[in-house]
Design a protein around this ligand. Structure first.
Ligand SMILES: [Mg+2]
Length: 111
């Protein structure tokens, strides 16, 4: 997954470079919103798994586009992906609980 995500990030970056595209943040956000809505529609409909996967991939590409437009490097994004993986992998039933549709910390963070 992370290798494919890394490939997607580099592919998106070189795709923009090939067409000399420097997306603005508002344009990138607009593209991202459109793809998020398409994914929500596909998942709500829930009949076509391939279509859901296709829209999820579009969401990932456009999220990468938001990062690129915002000046986030591919390496920075990948580094963050690994941090999220490590954080989620460290969560256990002792530290977290599934509640109200979300996996939540058992003891809320001190403010
Ligand atoms: Mg789409």
């Amino acid at each position: 997954m992370t290798d494919s995500l890394r490939d997607l990030a580099y592919s998106t970056s070189s795709f923009f470079a090939r067409f000399d595209v420097h997306p603005s943040v508002p344009d990138a956000i607009q593209n991202f919103r459109e793809e998020v809505n398409e994914l929500i529609e596909a998942a709500t409909d829930a009949t076509d798994k391939a279509h859901i996967a296709e829209e999820a991939a579009d969401v990932m590409v456009t999220a990468i586009g938001v990062c690129i437009a915002s000046g986030v490097s591919v390496d920075q994004l990948i580094e963050q992906v690994y941090k999220v993986i490590a954080k989620n992998d460290a969560k256990t039933h002792a530290t977290h609980v599934h509640l109200d549709g979300k996996i939540r910390r058992r003891v809320p963070k001190a403010e």
